[in-house]
Design a protein around this ligand. Structure first.
Ligand code: COA
Length: 424
């Protein structure tokens, strides 16, 4: 079976998390991703949060599968020449440097287009054009600036960031879509273009329901929020705790064992069409006809009590028992799964969403595989490259350098010290 992006060559100038997420996805779909790294140092994440001494960290290995690594000092004359040769033969160049870095390297958009008018230059920046455009940005800054932190957490607590990396990985996903869209348009125009995904914009896109609620506030209180009916609403969307972001009220409820297990909880949604079943299951058949509970609108002022009553029932069952009983009645609910439970989940392993990968320095480790499944494109997960592992491979087989030119490149110091493992 072929791979969807076979034949697409990517000059991967990304580092840390946001950019590497994007290029890893493209590599899983079959693109040839050549990661440029600083000689001797590499992507800073290789050495961050290390668990195994002298081995690439999980931070790096889990974000750089299926790529080749070329070490190149782009501030060295020869290194810059090699970089430009790569620009000429790649379809896409992806970068997430701080604003201005690429220009200082001499790779302005004008220069890039001069070298290759078909190339797509895809960038992640913290902010789009505006007062903050020159700022450096990391995950949590994006979560704060994109509206996520102000709307996450409980009303009586501080703004809260989420564990999901919506700023980094979320923006990487947005950029990947921008890249394949630009590749599709190039089929018709023959031209490359710039693609920009700003992290603030990406987070805001994922928070659009909160911008929806900001406008609804002008027309009265947000009745599905826990602040209703007794709490106060200000002029900005408040934090809604665990309330559902949609039209069906939901909350996280304790299950059997909650006293000792921090994840013995279930997310329970009081979906209107199955209200009768919910009442029957939890032993409150009188709520089916009681005018204070029978209709969704009538229930809104009592949501707190309703969930407290349902919780009295869920506390008598494990989260999986609650799931089983509810699914028989089509009542939507979901277990709060710990990372340990997810790591051990057989079904996720069978679909390739959780994969075991071998690595020469660190041995076997778990990773998240490609979460997007195509029926006509295989997606294998290959280990991340060692630093500079593919130096010679790329000089010879991608740039088609002859022996003399390879030697010249290696001796110039542009690629740093010779790689420790031969290219495969
Ligand atoms: N050879 C020589 N120099 C290299 C190089 C190479 N192969 N690769 C990078 N460099 C240099 C750059 O030229 C730059 O030098 P300069 O500042 O003298 O021009 C320098 O390395 C640092 O790059 P920078 O991107 O500024 O790294 P940083 O560690 O200072 O900042 C971020 C990191 C993430 C804050 C910043 O890159 C950023 O804001 N990126 C955009 C938003 C983003 O993606 N954030 C999320 C990251 S998960």
């Amino acid at each position: 079976m072929t791979k969807a992006l076979e034949g697409v060559r990517i000059l991967d100038f990304t580092h840390v998390q946001s950019g590497p997420t994007c290029t890893q996805l493209l590599a899983w779909f079959g693109a040839d991703v050549i990661k440029i790294e600083r000689p001797g140092v590499g992507d800073i994440t290789r050495g961050q949060l290390r668990d195994v001494p002298n081995a690439d960290s999980l931070y790096f290995t889990m974000l750089n599968h299926n790529k080749r690594s070329l070490t190149l000092d782009t501030k060295n004359k020869k290194g810059r020449e090699i970089l430009e040769e790569l620009v000429k033969i790649c379809d896409v160049m992806v970068e997430n440097f701080a604003p201005g870095v690429l220009d200082r390297m001499g790779l302005t958009w004008e220069r890039v287009q001069e070298l290759n008018p078909r190339i797509i230059l895809a960038s992640i920046k913290g902010f789009g054009p505006g007062p903050f455009e020159d700022y450096k940005v990391y995950e949590n800054i994006a979560q704060c600036a994109g509206g996520s932190a102000s709307t996450t957490g409980f009303d009586d607590g501080p703004p809260t960031v989420t564990g999901a990396q919506i700023g980094d990985s979320g923006t990487g996903l947005h950029l990947a879509l921008g890249i394949v869209t630009a590749l599709f348009q190039r089929e018709k125009t023959g031209r490359g273009q710039k693609v920009l995904a700003a992290m603030q914009d990406g987070v805001l896109n994922l928070c659009r329901v909160k911008l929806r609620d900001q406008q609804r506030l002008a027309h009265g209180p947000l009745k599905e929020y826990p602040q209703y009916p007794n709490g106060k609403f200000g002029d900005a969307v408040p934090r809604a705790g665990n309330a559902s972001g949609g039209g069906q009220p939901g909350w996280i409820l304790k299950c059997k064992g909650w006293e000792t297990d921090p994840n013995a909880y279930v997310y329970f949604i009081t979906q209107a069409p199955v209200w009768k079943d919910i009442c029957t299951v939890i032993g409150k058949p009188e709520w089916i006809t009681d005018p204070n509970y029978a209709k969704p609108e009538a229930r809104l002022p009592h949501l707190k009590d309703i969930f407290a009553t349902i919780e009295e029932w869920t506390k008598t069952k494990t989260k999986f028992e609650v799931m089983d009983i509810c699914s028989e009645h089509d009542i939507p609910c979901g277990p709060i799964l710990s990372m340990k439970e997810i790591a051990e989940d057989q079904a996720l392993r069978e679909t390739g969403t959780i994969v075991e990968v071998d690595h020469p320095e660190r041995g076997r480790y778990l990773s998240v595989g490609n979460p997007i499944k195509l029926s006509d494109s295989v997606s294998e997960v290959k280990r991340s490259p060692l630093l500079g592992e593919h130096n010679e491979d790329i000089l010879r087989n991608v740039l088609k350098f002859d022996d003399r030119t390879v030697l010249e490149a290696l001796e110039s110091g542009a690629l740093g010290a010779a790689p420790s493992i031969a290219a495969k």
